[in-house]
Each structure stands twice: as structure tokens, then as C-alpha cells.
Design a protein around this ligand. Structure first.
Ligand code: ADP
Length: 257
């Protein structure tokens, strides 16, 4: 388990959370939300109390990837706090559950919305809050990292050389903020067909990241039609197929964070 945070550093709404883990990527579409959601449900399956905060205001994925019965966040009018919705015991907050359409907002406004959603939520006692970060390393990401003292970061990437350059940016951002990057997930690295293994995007910028930046863990995630289908259907893959290959990968990642 990662180190606990010092309660006095935290905004009031976050004081009962032991570990806050950012799942980050420098580009969209590499599988960041897929990793965040499946990691959260794996940790829950391992017995932890878990919440997911979807910090992507422009394109929230959480409402598609998990399907809670109650799809709207509730307010506590007296305390002026937000009550998260819940699916299979994991607490969920996303702008997509706030009852508004996709956002057209300028950066500072987005930072304000994220800050408010994150810090006025009644998270309760949590072992892990997984933050599905907006892609990139701009102002919104920096502000978010400054609001919450993160325990650790997980970086999601794809195998292309180009991604390596972006990952390096991400690692630098977190290292400036003194947040340890505990793992890199190299997603969509291969698929198996006709008894052969194919590497459609080439091989291994992930191992370069691990060597160059001393990140302790590298996880290869193959292209899996079931992972995509479960994301679209609102049931995380590790919930739909708890004995499956993806579950094993996320269990190992869960042990790391
Ligand atoms: P991001 O959060 O980085 O934008 P997502 O997690 O939303 O990316 O993933 C983008 C799309 O790719 C989703 O439809 C998701 O289901 C799919 N996907 C992600 N990883 C895999 C994988 N390993 N195999 C198959 N589909 C995947």
C-alpha cells in the first residue's frame, strides 16, 4: 500500500481518503479511462474501499464505462455537499453525472468545476481514490495536481515512439510535483490471431520509459475486444470476467499502487 497522506494538507472533503492515485496519459484514446475503471474495481475486489473521480470535464467516460442505477449526483442541501453515485460498492463522481451536456468552457472555469466536484464530495472513508485525469500536461492537469496531494501516478501509453515523448512529459510533470510514478501501462501492445502474436504499433517504448525514468513497473495490456465491449456496456471487464487475463493484469497493477 502507498503512503498515507497527511490529513492537514487536504481540503476538507478529501480528509478521509488514505491514497489518491492519478491515472494519466498525455494523449486521448490510449485507454486511460479503461485502466482507471478496471484498476478501481480490481482494488475493490481485493477488499479496498474505492472511489473514482472522473476529472475529464470535456469528455467524461465514466458514465459510459460504468452503469450505476442512479445516474445523477445528489446534493446535500444543508451541508452543500455532493453525494457520489455508486456502482458495485465503488463511489463515482463525474461531470457526466451532473446532469449537463458536454462542456464548452475555458480552462480556468474547468479547473474551478473540477476543484468543486472533487473537494465538495462526501467521499467518506476510502482506501483509494482513483482519479481519471484529463489527457495532457497543461494548466488543468497542473492545477488538479496542486489541489490534491497525490500519493502516486500511473501512466497509460501505447507502444509507438511518439507516445514515448509524451510519456516523458507526463513523468516530468509528476516528478516536478514530487509525485512518484509507480507504473506505466503500455496498452494495445499486441494481439493474437491464427496462433501468432502481432505487434501492430511496434515494440517497446514502455521498457525505455522504465529504464530511463526508473519507474518500477511496466504492464503490457493486449488489444482485447472484450475490454472494449465491456467499456461500452457499462460493466468493467474485471467485473464481467473476474478470472480473465485482464483481471490478472489489473490485480498486479493493484498490488503496485
Ligand atoms: P482514454 O481514456 O485514454 O481516452 P479510453 O479508456 O476511453 O481511452 O479508451 C478508448 C477506447 O479504446 C474505448 O472504447 C476502450 O474501450 C478501447 N480500449 C482501450 N483499451 C483497449 C484494449 N486493450 N483493447 C481493446 N479496446 C481497448
Amino acid at each position: 500500500p502507498a503512503r498515507p497522506l497527511f490529513a492537514e494538507q487536504l481540503p476538507a472533503g478529501l480528509q478521509t481518503i488514505s491514497n489518491i492515485v492519478a491515472v494519466s496519459s498525455c494523449k486521448g484514446g490510449v485507454g486511460k479511462s479503461t485502466v482507471a475503471v478496471n484498476l478501481a474495481y480490481t482494488l475493490a475486489d481485493m477488499g479496498a474501499r474505492v472511489g473514482i473521480f472522473d476529472a475529464d470535464v470535456y469528455g467524461p467516460s465514466l458514465p459510459t464505462m460504468v452503469s450505476p442505477e442512479n445516474r445523477l449526483l445528489e446534493m446535500n442541501p444543508e451541508k452543500r455537499t455532493i453525494i457520489p453515485t455508486e456502482y458495485l460498492g465503488v463511489k463515482l463522481v463525474s461531470f457526466g453525472f451532473a446532469g449537463q451536456g458536454r462542456a464548452i468552457m475555458r480552462g480556468p472555469m474547468v479547473s474551478g468545476v473540477i476543484n468543486q466536484l472533487l473537494t465538495t464530495t462526501e467521499w467518506g472513508e476510502l482506501d483509494y481514490l482513483i482519479i481519471d485525469m484529463p489527457p495532457g500536461t497543461g494548466d488543468i492537469q497542473l492545477t488538479l495536481c496542486q489541489i490534491v496531494p497525490l500519493t502516486a501516478a500511473v501512466i497509460v501509453t501505447t507502444p509507438q515512439k511518439l507516445s514515448f515523448i509524451d510519456v516523458a512529459k507526463g513523468v516530468r510533470m509528476f516528478s516536478k510535483l514530487k509525485v512518484p510514478c509507480v507504473a506505466v501501462v503500455e496498452n494495445m501492445c499486441h494481439f493474437d490471431a491464427d496462433g501468432k502474436r502481432y505487434y501492430p504499433f511496434g515494440r517497446g517504448s514502455g521498457s525505455q520509459v522504465v529504464q530511463q525514468f526508473g519507474i518500477p513497473h511496466l504492464f503490457d495490456m493486449p488489444i482485447r475486444p472484450t475490454l472494449s465491449a465491456s467499456g461500452d456496456s457499462g460493466t468493467p471487464e474485471v467485473v464481467a470476467d473476474p478470472q480473465g487475463e485482464a483481471s490478472k493484469i489489473f490485480q498486479n497493477l493493484g498490488v503496485c499502487v
